[in-house]
Design a protein around this ligand. Structure first.
Ligand code: NAI
Length: 265
């Protein structure tokens, strides 16, 4: 059994859906018979990804949309386009992200871009899609991709850490808001991948390091946690649980040991 929002003919929108974790999610949703919109800033990759999702070329249930999620106007157009094509959205996965690297006292432009894409992208998506998702009156999901770095804030790459800490804080605020909204059957979730072998982490390497997960494994894990009703979806990762545990956070040895109460649907 899967989450009720993951159902044939329901609609999933995935930002950063042209590659990595986002593409794996789009493929998993498409396999269940859902209509899928992949949204991404990389137009070349988008076309390739859409062709993979719809090998027959029919693409009746696959839509692609070029958008920079850091720009609210573009995200507003995306939401409208999905409504016009598919009638509305049941699952929004705000997943687009970048990690070009940053230092504390240099590269001010880099800071701005990282926070604009990683944090504002998620804020834009959630704020713009949520009202019409709630109005559908159906069970729905908003899944925001955070990072363990937004919780453990390790040394190095401070802009990324800050952006992902913002994603966590925003998603918690969204969860409170949705719980209190009248007749709302949408729940918010924070996906925290472990170390996943994708373009973001490969940095040119073609060999998956030992211990890294594939995007497909990550999504498979996410689907089981969604079914369980978890708010935090914390993927196992070799080096992180101890750090989280020290901060009295949520899991140890890869298993969730504490979570928010199951969400109502
Ligand atoms: P990826 O690089 O394969 O996928 C990211 C996608 O986002 C790309 O297709 C890219 O074109 C798109 N994108 C970038 N900027 C965009 C923008 N402004 N507007 C729309 N699309 C944009 O990387 P991956 O690993 O699949 O990353 C997905 C998410 O997972 C990111 O938010 C990342 O921070 C997060 N994450 C990844 C981890 C990993 O180990 N790979 C670990 C923790 C978090």
């Amino acid at each position: 059994m899967s989450h009720p929002a993951i159902a044939e003919d329901n609609v999933a929108v995935i930002t950063g859906g042209a590659s990595g974790i986002g593409f794996a999610a789009a493929a998993a949703f498409a396999r269940t018979g859902m209509k899928v919109c992949i949204a991404d800033v990389d137009q070349g990759r988008l076309a390739e990804a859409a062709a993979k999702l719809s090998p027959s070329g029919g693409a009746a249930d696959v839509m692609m949309f070029a958008v920079d999620v850091s720009k609210a106007d573009g995200v507003t157009e995306l939401e409208r386009a999905v409504r016009e094509r598919f009638g509305g959205t049941d699952i929004l996965m705000n997943n687009a992200g970048i990690q070009p690297g940053s230092t504390l006292f240099a590269e001010p432009d880099n800071w701005q871009r990282i926070i604009d894409v990683n944090m504002w992208g998620i804020i834009n998506g959630s704020r713009i899609f949520a009202p019409n998702m709630i109005a559908r009156g159906k069970p729905g999901l908003i899944i925001n991709t955070g990072s363990k770095q937004g919780i453990t804030t390790p040394p190095g790459d401070p802009a990324y850490n800050v952006s992902k800490a913002g994603v966590k804080a925003f998603t918690e605020a969204l969860q409170h808001e949705l719980r209190n909204a009248k007749d709302c059957r949408i729940t918010a979730h924070l996906l925290i991948p472990g170390f996943v072998f994708t373009g973001l982490t490969a940095k040119g390497s073609t060999e998956k390091p030992a211990g890294a997960w594939t995007p497909e494994q990550t999504i498979e894990f996410m689907l089981t946690r969604l079914e369980a009703g978890d708010f935090y979806i914390l993927c196992p990762d070799n080096d992180v649980p101890r750090a989280l545990d020290e901060k009295r956070m949520i899991w140890a040895a890869g298993d969730i040991i504490e979570n928010r109460p199951p969400l109502s649907r």
